[in-house]
Design a protein around this ligand. Structure first.
Ligand code: NI
Length: 259
């Protein structure tokens, strides 16, 4: 069978992969993986994402500044950071800006998060390169920015309600990616979202090494485990697993690779 897993969001530069990164990544195609987008969270990991994408033909890179990285930035130099990110967009394996967004779970200065997010929304608008958005406990403010910028982007590990989903899809040319959370026991809202998201807007992701789906919850995640998320979504939507994988691969290929 052809490889059908397109992992829209992962972090293989994470130290949890230090002991066996090359071996693991090399084994992914034989486990059904077609492509992986590795996401940077700052300049250093954006460069590492590009390195991985240069090494493995089925890897692509997203480059950007994550809200959790904002605490380590000298905000007076934000324009320098953004022009460094902008400089990376011409690399042929760079397919998105991200991950970026807003995170109110951690105690990170809000005003600075907003500046860094807005600058990347502007960069995405100016260049036409899609943006990958992280929204953790910040639905209200993220929605305001969607309203303002109407981006072409992806809500990664979408965690809002099915009702908010309709709004999000109206406010930009947005895709929704779902990960392991949909398989968790007591996952009520993610299940509702998995049922409601229009099939042509749905992508799958792992956020590896985090958020492994059941039955691997709590363990280190890798892209091959997407099969468990796809199985759950197939069950929820009354589709075959193969169709879920096919549609999401097609959607991700169009979104990231223009193919
Ligand atoms: Ni992530």
């Amino acid at each position: 069978m052809e490889n059908l897993i397109f992992d829209a969001h992962a972090h293989y530069d994470d130290e949890k992969f230090d002991s066996d990164r090359d071996e693991l990544i090399s084994s992914l195609p034989e486990k059904g993986v077609f492509a992986v987008v590795n996401n940077g969270v700052d300049i250093e990991t954006s460069l590492k994402s590009i390195e991985l994408a240069e090494k493995y033909p089925y890897f692509y890179a997203a480059v950007g500044i994550h809200p959790e990285s904002v605490a380590d930035l000298d905000i007076s130099k934000i324009d320098e950071y953004i022009s460094q990110i902008a400089g990376l967009l011409s690399h042929k394996k760079v397919v998105a800006i991200g991950e970026t967004g807003i995170d109110y779970h951690w105690d990170i200065p809000k005003a600075e998060q907003h500046i860094v997010f807005q600058k990347q929304l502007e960069l995405s608008k100016d260049t036409g390169v899609p943006i990958i958005i992280h929204d953790r406990e910040a639905h209200g403010d993220v929605t305001e920015y969607l309203r303002k910028y109407r981006p072409y982007g992806l809500m990664h590990c979408y965690s809002g309600s099915a009702e908010l989903l309709k709004e999000v899809l109206r406010l930009g040319d947005m895709r929704i990616s779902l990960g392991g959370a949909v398989t968790f026991k007591n996952a009520r809202v993610p299940v509702e979202v998995a049922r409601e998201v229009p099939m042509d807007r749905l992508l799958l992701e792992t956020d590896s090494p985090y958020l492994a789906p059941v039955p691997f919850r709590g363990k280190r995640c890798d892209s091959s485990l997407i099969i468990h998320t796809a199985e759950r979504i197939a069950e929820i939507r009354g589709m075959t697993v193969e169709d879920v994988l096919k549609y999401t691969k097609e959607n991700a290929s169009k979104f990231f690779l223009n193919t």
